[in-house]
Design a protein. Structure first.
Length: 119
């Protein structure tokens, strides 16, 4: 394997700076932080298979499903196992925090303090 083969057109990229293709290449780095922060492929934010430590409204995935299942099992029967941190999930977490007098996480946010108390 030649080291430069991964890049699509090594010679064309320098020449193509004036080409119409440049805006998309320039726009991509600007959009990268947003994608990286929310995308699944960010090992820096949370290592694969490790809980991130904090779940909040808008999050989704197996961790959220697991949380919903546990909330439901604790008697928060209005929490559905949707895999999406919705309003019911937020309410369930907030109620759990009130019931167990959990401090350290924002109300309705499933963070490290809530995780530890729920553990």
């Amino acid at each position: 394997g030649v080291p430069g083969t991964a890049s699509p057109a090594p010679s064309g990229s320098a020449r193509g700076t004036a080409s119409p293709g440049t805006p998309s290449a320039a726009a991509r780095p600007a959009g990268t932080p947003t994608t990286a922060a929310s995308g699944p492929g960010t090992p820096v934010a949370k290592p694969p298979g490790q809980p991130s430590g904090t779940l909040r409204p808008g999050d989704s995935g197996p961790e959220v499903s697991e949380l919903q299942e546990r909330l439901y099992g604790q008697g928060f029967t209005y929490v559905s196992r949707t895999g999406v941190y919705d309003e019911q999930t937020r309410r369930g977490v907030a109620q759990l925090q009130r019931d167990r007098d959990i401090k350290g996480d924002p109300r309705g946010i499933y963070g490290p303090a809530t995780r530890a108390a729920f553990g």
